[in-house]
Write a protein that binds this ligand. Sequence first.
Ligand SMILES: Cc1ncc(COP(=O)(O)O)c(C=O)c1O
Length: 476
Amino acid sequence: MPGSTPIYTALQRYAGKDFLRLHMPGHVGKGIKQHELCRLAALDLTEIPGLDDLHLPTGIIKESQELLARAFGAAKSYFLVNGATSGVHALFLALNKEGEKVLLPRNAHRSFYGGLVLSGAVPVYLPVQVETDLGVALSVTAEDVNSLLISNPDVNNVFISSPSYYGTGCDIAAIAAITSGYNKLLLVDEAHGAHFAFSPLYPKTALESGADAVVNGLHKTLPVFNQGACLHLSARLAGDLRIAKTLSLLTTTSPSYPILASIELARRLMEESGESLLEESYQLSTEYRRKINAIAGLSCCEQELQAVNGVMGLDPLKILVSTRGSALNGYQFGALLRERYGVQVELEDHNFILAMFSIFHNRNDWEKFYHALQAIAATYPGRERTKPRVELPPLPPMLLTPRQAFMASSLKVPVKEALNRVTAEMIAIYPPGVPCLLPGELINQEMLDYITYLGKNGTRIQGPQDPSLQYINVIS
Ligand SMILES: Cc1ncc(COP(=O)(O)O)c(C=O)c1O
């Protein structure tokens, strides 16, 4: 029944009965004394009679998963207790055999790399569209999906991310039309878009737009404990036993009931009040983005983001504020927000800050953020700050798959001796965070020149053990 919370209700019932707990977990409901945690410990139970089993649900977990599927418009949904990461891993491992090709964006979250290692699938990379002034990697295009499917007819499935970390969506409907035309599965990492399902004012969900499987990081945007996530399947995949089997393989045998209950309570809240809460947040976002755009030197860049090829829709709760017109860079802005105004944003970058608002932020919170931005901008009136852009070199040849590279032994060599070696680690310049080298790829002369240049320029690098790029780990 919609509105019901079978897991939470069963936990509460058990906790209220004052059982002598002769079962796991070891805190037995009373060994954790800190008062904030001890109430939670009372509900931190295990698979005793009445509490079902996440690995083979037949009772309250089955019912709750069905309610989740209904709320999100899925044919089938699974709870995930190890984050969106485990959903991405499971889709890779369930749907690809070793050596099969998957089309994916070059800048995908690291969980995609984990999925490639687990499955042994061979990546074919989609070019990533970047907003070059801000330096943010945003989207993939339907045209690129189409042309890569033509040149790689043996691709097994297409796995993309939408929305991006910055809140921009891809044109999933157009991409789904292409993938279904070629009879390929479309899988979407919608980790940051779980709230979209509950309001027409927000971008359409990937499921609504025709995706076959979608991963939501529920804890990112809904009132769900960290690690709480879910995997939704369309009718085409709902009965796929490989997915059920793989999820079970990758999931702990001691799933957290508090996480499951928090997912369930969030689902009920969103079903009952999500639309009005999201509408209020949408109105606040519209009002305050307008106000922020009026602050000299700052801009929320809606037009710039939406002008990027392939971008479709923008999450109104991700507020990316460009500081390029200010005397301060984004790191300095973020530090002042934190230290002087008690505001901590999600991300600071050279060119911008990224604030994540939720349905639980009220007008006072938006006003506090706006007021702080206004005060800082007025104190440091500015000039345009630019940062030299670093162009990416062409994709290097892949000599080993991510799985082969992960399994191989490696050694550390000076970068200047790395010519024609195969890298054992990722190198991505930030921004825009698109890797120039991934494990298994060849360090040819062009790449060696490029990473030598990066090392000399002190560019911000993600991935390698030695971010100064004096040394690099290569396959031995
Ligand atoms: C786009 C994207 N996908 C997947 C994940 C993995 O999510 P989780 O931390 O829930 O495992 C993240 C985490 O930041 C992400 O940003």
